[in-house]
Structure formats: structure tokens, C-alpha cells
Design a protein around this ligand. Structure first.
Ligand code: SAM
Ligand code: SF4
Length: 334
């Protein structure tokens, strides 16, 4: 690794004065699940020829680290379904302590028995695992193709590897809303944090609006059974956290529709084709693959990144009854 240069801290500021220090990278739009709120059953995926190679993804990630990205999250699609993804993770792991402070990923957990130890060895300390229910049948219905025991085995492997786990649960009206107490207790017993997420209107899927569950009412209901203490813990992200006194674990609420989180947004998202989205809920984007493939040097790549950041929109305007974007969450990377 060429050291030295990466320790030069640069700052990326958008026109609203927000510092961008967090990059999420969707390394693939493909997935071994078909969660109903995320994907259509007959999804069309990007042609493989359009994808950046792992080497190109590394080059772009390093360019972002040089420009001030301190936290990098790999996501997808299912990031662990990308062939040879551990190569990229190991390469990025060498950047920790050289500009990069944290490398992490969001996964559906299906491949963790295979990869948890390797992730820990590469320097990953914390991961987010998406799990909407502890009921095997319901899990199969929500994910269409997923199997709960495989994910639970993955979680065990993550714990054995020493990875700190946060569970992400999408709150679905009439589907898993009766399970939040159970999930809180289970996460407490497993030493996992938990984050409840409102569905967001990204891409066409059926029944999204009718399954949307505003979390304000959920929080009020949970407060009848649990002692929820406000905390100033913040990840620079959209989640608002409380501590559950009975379990000692954190409980987060991501409420993009009922509470707008854009003022403090510190992140941008890179897709597996090299397109940079400045906002999850807007179409504004910049193509970084073209300059990369045209042989842009470090300075030209940095300039392309800064130009894109300068155009970051003020925020999203999600309305649950219509998709805010044509692309699904799996393309932009949740
Ligand atoms: N496959 C990985 C996973 O499921 O964790 C990573 C990608 S997935 C798109 C990232 C997160 O986005 C997951 O927690 C998933 O539940 C969430 N998600 C997907 N579609 C969503 C939507 N329309 N609204 C809210 N969250 C969504
Ligand atoms: Fe796949 Fe994650 Fe989307 Fe589910 S939420 S379909 S696991 S990308």
C-alpha cells in the first residue's frame, strides 16, 4: 500500500455545509433472497458487463478514503453473494488506520457461516444483519427464498468470530408487528442491538403502502412493556436510539417518512456500476465509471467526486404511496 498519502485528511463538504465522511457501496445488485418489500419476485438484474470489477471498486473506495471518507459499509443486494468479495474486503481492511476508521457491512446473514471468521480477520468489527422475524414460516414468506436456520447459524458464526451484531428489522404492518417484544428480548439475550426500520418507497413492489407501519406508534406501544431511555448515541445516520433498560441493549428507530433525517446526512452511495447517488431518495447521480475507465488520475477522480458531492440534494421527499425512485433499494444499497 502506498502509505503517507492516505493519512492526508481531506474534507468533502456539500453546499449545505454537511461533511460527507461515510460511503456505502453496493457491491452487487443480486441477492439470494427476494424480500417482498425490497424486490419484485421476477427482478431483472444489471448485466454483468456493466459491473465494476473488484479492482475498480477498490480504486474508487480508496479515492473516497483519500477525500475524507472515514466509514465504509459494503452492502447490496447481498454483498456476500458477489464472487470473490473477500478479496475486496481484505484489500479495504488494509486501509483501516490509514484514513479509514471503520469497515463494515450489511448482510442478510445467509453466507456468514462461510465468511464471518474472514471478515473479522480482515478488520471488520461490527456488522448489520437483516432479520424481520424469528418465525420460520414467516421468514420464508417475507424473504421468499430465504431460510431462517441458515441465518441463525450465520449469526452464531458471527458471534464466534467476535463480530458485534446489530439486527435490522423492517417493521411490517400485520406481518411482524406482533413480534417486536420477542425480538427485543431475543436481541437482549444474544447481546445484539436492534434497529427497527420503516419501509421506504424505492422501486415497484406490491403491497408496500398497506404494509407500512409508522414507528412513532410502535415506540409508544413498546414503552408500555420496556423502559426506553433516550440516549445521545448517534452514528451520524438516520437512526434515533434508546437504551432498553431491561436488556441493556440499544434499540434504534429509522423513520424516514414520519421523521425526516436529511439535515445531518453524512453519506453517499456508490453502486456496483460506479454510479454515485448523493441521496437514497432522489435520482441525482454521477457516473464515476466513465472517468475511471477513461484513465482518470487521482486528481481527476478526486475532482469528479467533489463535483458530485457539491450537487448533493437537500433531502428526500418520500411519500409511501408512490416510489420515490425507479431503482430498488438493492441497487442503491440500503
Ligand atoms: N442484502 C442485505 C440485507 O438484506 O441486509 C443488504 C442490502 S438490503 C437492501 C439493506 C437493508 O435495506 C436491509 O436491512 C433491508 O431490510 C432494507 N430494505 C430493503 N428494501 C427496503 C425498503 N424498501 N424500505 C426499507 N428498508 C429496506
Ligand atoms: Fe436481498 Fe437484502 Fe433486498 Fe432482502 S433486503 S431482497 S436480503 S437485498
Amino acid at each position: 500500500m502506498e502509505s503517507g498519502r492516505d493519512d492526508i485528511i481531506s474534507l468533502m463538504l456539500d453546499k449545505f455545509g454537511r461533511t460527507i465522511s461515510y460511503l456505502r457501496v453496493s457491491v452487487t445488485d443480486r441477492c439470494d433472497f427476494r424480500c417482498t418489500y425490497c424486490m419484485a419476485e421476477d427482478m431483472e438484474f444489471l448485466p454483468k458487463a456493466d459491473l465494476l470489477t473488484l479492482e475498480e471498486l477498490e480504486t474508487l473506495c480508496v479515492a473516497f478514503i483519500r477525500q475524507g471518507v472515514r466509514k465504509l459499509r459494503l452492502t447490496g443486494g447481498e454483498p456476500l453473494m458477489r464472487r470473490d468479495v473477500m478479496w475486496l474486503i481484505e484489500r479495504l481492511g488494509t486501509r483501516i488506520g490509514h484514513g479509514l476508521e471503520e469497515l463494515t457491512l450489511t448482510t442478510n446473514g445467509s453466507q456468514l457461516t462461510k465468511y464471518a471468521a474472514g471478515l473479522a480477520a480482515a478488520g471488520v468489527k461490527r456488522i448489520n444483519v437483516s432479520l424481520d422475524t424469528l418465525d420460520e414460516q414467516k421468514f420464508a414468506t417475507i424473504t421468499r427464498w430465504g431460510r431462517l436456520p441458515q441465518v441463525l447459524a450465520g449469526l452464531e458464526a458471527a458471534q464466534a468470530a467476535g463480530l458485534k451484531v446489530k439486527i435490522n428489522t423492517v417493521a411490517l404492518k400485520g406481518i411482524n408487528e406482533d413480534e417486536f417484544d420477542r425480538l427485543i428480548a431475543w436481541c437482549g439475550a444474544q447481546n445484539f442491538d436492534l434497529c427497527l426500520i420503516e419501509t421506504m418507497p424505492m422501486g415497484e413492489v406490491t403491497h408496500r403502502a398497506e404494509n407500512h407501519l409508522p414507528l412513532a406508534s410502535v415506540r409508544a406501544r413498546l414503552a408500555e412493556h420496556w423502559t426506553l431511555t433516550s440516549t445521545d448515541y448517534a452514528t451520524g445516520g438516520p437512526a434515533r436510539y434508546v437504551t432498553v433498560r431491561e436488556t441493556g441493549q440499544r434499540l434504534g428507530f429509522i423513520t424516514p417518512l414520519s421523521h425526516n433525517f436529511c439535515e445531518a446526512c453524512n453519506r453517499v452511495r456508490l453502486t456496483c456500476t460506479g454510479r454515485l447517488y448523493m441521496c437514497l431518495g432522489q435520482e441525482d447521480s454521477a457516473d464515476l465509471r466513465a472517468p475511471l475507465r477513461a484513465g482518470a488520475d487521482d486528481a481527476a477522480l478526486a475532482a469528479a467526486i467533489h463535483d458530485a458531492i457539491a450537487a448533493k440534494p437537500k433531502g428526500h421527499d418520500f411519500v409511501i404511496t408512490r416510489p420515490a425512485t425507479f431503482r430498488h433499494m438493492s441497487v442503491t444499497g440500503g
